[in-house]
Design a protein around this ligand. Sequence first.
Ligand SMILES: [Zn+2]
Ligand SMILES: [Zn+2]
Length: 392
Amino acid sequence: MTDQRPTPQSIDDFIALRRGIHAAPELGFKEFGTSDLVARLLEGWGYEVERGVGRTGVVGTLKLGAGERSIGLRADMDALPIVEATGLPYASANPGVMHACGHDGHTTILLAAARDLAERRNFSGTVRLIFQPAEEMEGGAVKMIEEGLFERFPVDAVFGMHNWPNLPAGEFRFINGPTMASVDWIVISMEGKGGHGAKPHETVDPVVAAASLVMALQSVVSRNVDPKDPAVLTVGMIHGGAAPNVIPDKVELQITVRAFRREVAALIGERVRVLAEAQAASFGAKVVIRHPTGYPALTNHDAETDFARDVAQRHFGSDRVGELAPQMVSEDFAFMLEQRPGSYLFVGNGPSADLHSPHYNFNDDVIEPAARYWVALAEDYLAANAPAGGKA
Ligand SMILES: [Zn+2]
Ligand SMILES: [Zn+2]
């Protein structure tokens, strides 16, 4: 990130800005260069800027006229620990770190909208632009909320947007109600008694107990969860042993659980505990279970989602607007929607590699329509025809 870069004016300037951010990706809570760039640009366009909200988060406020309503628009800034394989001329210059989820695009879209909102001055009320750190793993939204995001920077409603690969570029998709799943992690240490691989009778073999547990867990979603409730239980990691002729002392399993309802996630967590303890006992082994809190399910609010869809239809036409099925992936914007009414929407990225792939790239053609959408949403929300909003 250079200090000398001129203030972006045209869409081409914003495309260059996006590529600059792409080349200099930063991991969660380390978005120092990115958040500094964001803060300086917002200041240049006349926003009141607060840095360091949730460590590297930035909030820009633009107040115009006497309107009392306020809207929050949120973008995420963090990259992922992935080795980029796109071969692009502006590929990551920070080895092992990559913008593989398009947060470089989300940040640029909101900056382009910021510039236009400030230039058009076509609303009466308060626009708050929330540039969030650490979406991918560490819950940057929680950190911002803990540091008083919505008390210090009140909004009546808050909106977020994610690009969506293989949806036509610049088309918009909306979901009412449950939109993205909760995610929980469960870490199980299956503890036995190691020994020589030729003398299994003198050991308590945690490999066999762990293997049995993996199979037993397959019945949780199929036999315990109501078939009407979507849920996933994946054993994504299993580690144990170092040699074929040695029985290890322990095996570690790591599980992710995804669901749309808290009760379902809790039921799965409880069934995992019961099965892990019972399976271990049947082999004479023991388990140690850790169950750190993850992200809640993301549930869009109806009035705000209907409003956001209506804005897209009026400004872009019905043929560029549609619905998306709820997704089992997770997103920490869920925490913001637990605090304030709002909606999380999707913009097509065109044909592309999937999110989190080392071959993924954000589509620059999306910047213009997506920024124009943010401007339309803010201007229309701060006009008279909007829903009442919440003061929760
Ligand atoms: Zn991601
Ligand atoms: Zn993302």
